[in-house]
Design a protein around this ligand. Structure first.
Ligand code: SAM
Length: 212
């Protein structure tokens, strides 16, 4: 199944477990802030701002929740969040979870902090800095969209993972190639799931770490 347009994306999202009318309203607020901010800083591709924001960004982020057994609480970290994709969308959808957004660019962090405050989110921590410098800590989920090539991503973030960590890595049309580029021991931890927003795109889903 691939979402064909904005109306389908909204309907699909509204049918996810625990997505209330209030949640949809908060997502609408986020989309509006993204549209406005994109006029002054390049947060998302301009071609996606008019007609495909819900498919390309909101549903594309939210689909990560369908790829593992969801608990009520947990610790999620999103690497290279940019304007909060997927991390801020996840924080809106999973208000029982603690969500950390790591982003190195100050202006983007300003946008994230403004959104957190305007949307009244209490479960988000914006970390302004580089992923590789975040203090070692365990997380239940690590996500990263369009952040870094897979081998570099893993090398720079393994200190944030443990044996139970779920990796959720949207990799677009290059998912299979990227997976084949890493060491076999790491490859065995991952598989590719299809994306609901692009028939040719894949999401790398992994579990745990390779210990030496
Ligand atoms: C291509 S953008 C993707 C943003 C967002 N994940 C998305 O899908 O729209 C990559 C983001 O990662 C950030 N970034 C790059 N290297 C980083 C690092 N080492 N630590 C933290 N953020 C980084 C960039 O500033 C940029 O906002």
């Amino acid at each position: 199944m691939v979402l064909a347009n904005e109306a389908e994306a909204r309907t699909w999202l509204a049918a996810l477990p625990s997505v209330s009318r209030e949640t949809m309203a908060t997502l609408d607020q986020f989309v509006e802030r993204l549209r406005i901010a994109n006029a002054s800083q390049n947060l998302v591709a301009a071609s996606t701002v008019g007609e495909t924001m819900w498919v390309r960004h909101i549903a594309d982020s939210a689909q990560l929740l369908t790829l593992f057994p969801l608990r009520r609480e947990g610790r999620w970290i999103d690497l290279g969040s940019g304007p909060g994709l997927p991390g801020l969308v996840i924080a809106i959808l999973l208000q029982g979870w603690s969500v950390r957004l790591v982003e190195s660019r100050r202006l983007r962090c300003d946008f994230l902090r403004d959104c957190v405050s305007e949307l009244g989110l209490t479960n988000v921590n914006v970390i302004e800095g580089r992923v590789e410098q975040v203090a070692p800590a365990g997380h239940d989920v690590i996500s990263a969209r369009a952040f870094a090539p897979l081998s570099k991503l893993l090398a720079n973030s393994v200190h944030l993972a443990g044996k139970n960590t779920r990796w959720l890595l949207p990799k677009g049309r290059n998912a299979v190639n990227e997976l084949s580029s890493i060491a076999p021991a790491w490859q065995r931890l991952f598989h590719v799931e299809p994306s609901v927003t692009d028939a040719e795109a894949g999401i790398l889903v992994g579990q745990g770490i390779v210990s030496d």
